[in-house]
Design a protein around this ligand. Structure first.
Ligand SMILES: C[S@@+](CC[C@H](N)C(=O)[O-])C[C@H]1O[C@@H](n2cnc3c(N)ncnc32)[C@H](O)[C@@H]1O
Length: 235
């Protein structure tokens, strides 16, 4: 008879979360904020990349999945699970790499900036926003977090952004295109970036047409479109 409690060796991670996992340092204690299913920390533990994980969520429902999956993949002694808003209480576990994925950029910004621990030396933030990229980068730059690396990843029909940040205390400002597309993505200009920026530009041009026809001021949108066109010319 099939054993329903049979454990699988490793969760099948989506390309989006696999991309985030690439930036975790060997031997790190990781925190996964808004963990839901906890696939990312379980994957990192099973792969031998992370030594310990903290999985948190603001809601009890997702933490039920977290506990089930941690049992199923047989890593309960390596994962601390607790319910909290953002990073409240995280300092108790001293994580090295903090992952915040699958949330809006403004929520991620609030979670990061409200937590003093994120400003500790050696702490790295791996952020995967679903929206509000400009608000996230602007807020991080103003608050003294610097963007060390960025990447783009295709997952199904979508292209997702990943940011790797650390607190330096030095404030940064970005141009409108940098806020949206990422200064490091623009610097690297890889193939996926060209596709991503071109899709964004086409949408922006349609928006300029319809807003312009309706009599709205589109001067900022026009400037942004021009900046993106100039970036694409250098790719
Ligand atoms: C869309 S899921 C993303 C799950 C996983 N991180 C991923 O990327 O696949 C968002 C999760 O964040 C949790 N969440 C929302 N606001 C939160 C907050 N302020 N603090 C912690 N978790 C939060 C939700 O309960 C939900 O489980």
């Amino acid at each position: 008879m099939e054993n329903k409690k049979r454990s699988f060796p490793i969760p099948d991670l989506s390309p989006r979360l696999k991309e985030v996992s690439r930036f975790v340092r060997d031997g790190a204690c990781v925190a996964d904020v808004g963990t839901d299913h906890a696939y990312l920390p379980i994957y990192l533990l099973k792969k031998g990349v992370a030594r310990y994980a903290v999985a948190t969520d603001v809601r009890e429902g997702p933490l039920v999945h977290t506990r089930d999956n941690v049992e199923f993949y047989q890593v309960p002694e390596k994962v601390a699970i607790y319910r909290t808003d953002g990073l409240v209480g995280i300092e108790k576990y001293s994580p090295d790499d903090i992952m915040i994925c699958g949330m809006g950029g403004e929520l991620i910004l609030r979670i990061v900036t409200e937590c003093e621990y994120t400003r500790r030396s050696g702490v790295r933030l791996l952020l995967q926003p679903m929206s509000s990229f400009a608000e996230l980068r602007e807020g991080l730059g103003k608050s003294g977090y610097s963007i060390e690396k960025e990447s783009l990843v295709r997952d199904g029909h979508m292209i997702y952004q990943v940011l790797v940040c650390v607190y330096t205390g030095e404030k940064s400002e970005f141009s409108p295109a940098e806020l949206l597309l990422g200064p490091e993505n623009i610097r690297e200009k890889n193939k996926l970036f060209v596709e991503y920026a071109s899709i964004y530009l086409r949408k922006l041009e349609r928006k300029i047409d319809s807003k312009g026809n309706a009599g709205y001021d589109v001067s900022d949108d026009r400037k942004l479109a021009e900046e993106i066109r100039n970036i694409l010319k250098t790719c």
